[in-house]
Design a protein around this ligand. Structure first.
Ligand code: NI
Length: 251
């Protein structure tokens, strides 16, 4: 059994979401955590967790929304979170300098407001960090929160910093890509620091790279971790489930 700790679900990507969920269940997916991180996606995500028993969510505003989110939006976000037990964290939130640094200050303000919210609600956070590691670490260290570093693909040194701060690393399809150096990190860190995620519909693992991703492909990521660490896939399953339950209250 597996839990996909990070995926996106929408009619934009899938024709028949009932079928996607059925296939996930058949593939041994115990639960999925949908990340709703833009205004409309937040609404549809809440619909899906109300509809599907295996679906939980984290909601929060992605750094790409930094120019659009008001304090009123953050208040509404808080109400949505406290009103639904299946919303188990704040995210994905963070900093993204890949597309440019024009609005760095706005990104930081939005990020910190949501970290404060997570701290207040005592919920884990899901962190989006792209070309912004130094600032992410500096800001996270100011807040009494932990959670998951989504789609981790940094160095061993960076991995160890996040681990020492109490974070788990979200490991996905990138690990299976031929040119990825992420295996060098996975080799060296303890399995207790890893949770599995697909980030579907993106980042489909090999051998399906290029197709639309979904949670059912998560076993290819687990298999790769098992190979790298020379352990069984069952061990990866058991341990990553345990790690996931340590971060998220999935009841
Ligand atoms: Ni995502």
């Amino acid at each position: 059994m597996f839990i996909d700790t990070h995926c996106h679900i929408s009619n934009e990507y899938y024709d028949d979401i009932d079928k996607v969920i059925e296939e996930d269940k058949k593939a041994g997916i115990e639960k999925i955590i949908i990340s709703g991180c833009e205004e409309t996606e937040i609404e549809t995500t809440i619909d899906y967790i109300n509809k599907y028993d295996i679906a939980y969510a984290t909601i929060g505003y992605h750094p790409s929304e930094a120019d659009n989110v008001s304090d009123e939006d953050i208040n509404k976000l808080e109400k949505k979170i406290v009103n639904n037990k299946k919303i188990v964290g704040v995210g994905e939130i963070g900093l993204d300098y890949y597309y440019g640094k024009e609005n760095i200050d706005k990104q930081k303000v939005l990020f910190e407001k949501q970290l404060s919210l997570a701290e207040k609600l005592k919920l884990p956070v899901v962190i989006h960090s792209r070309d912004a590691t130094k600032d992410i670490i500096e800001i996270l260290s100011k807040y009494d929160v932990t959670g998951v570093i989504h789609c981790f693909s940094g160095s061993l040194e960076t991995a160890n910093i996040f681990i020492s701060m109490g974070y788990k690393l979200g490991i996905g399809g990138v690990l299976t890509f031929k040119n990825s150096k992420l295996y060098q990190v996975i080799e060296k860190i303890d399995l207790s620091n890893i949770v599995l995620e697909t980030d579907s519909p993106y980042l489909t693992p090999e051998p399906y790279r290029g197709k639309t991703n979904s949670s059912k492909y998560i076993s290819f990521i687990a298999k790769k971790i098992a190979e790298i660490k020379n352990i069984s896939i069952e061990e990866v399953s058991v341990k990553t489930l345990e790690n996931t339950y340590n971060v998220f209250d999935l009841n």
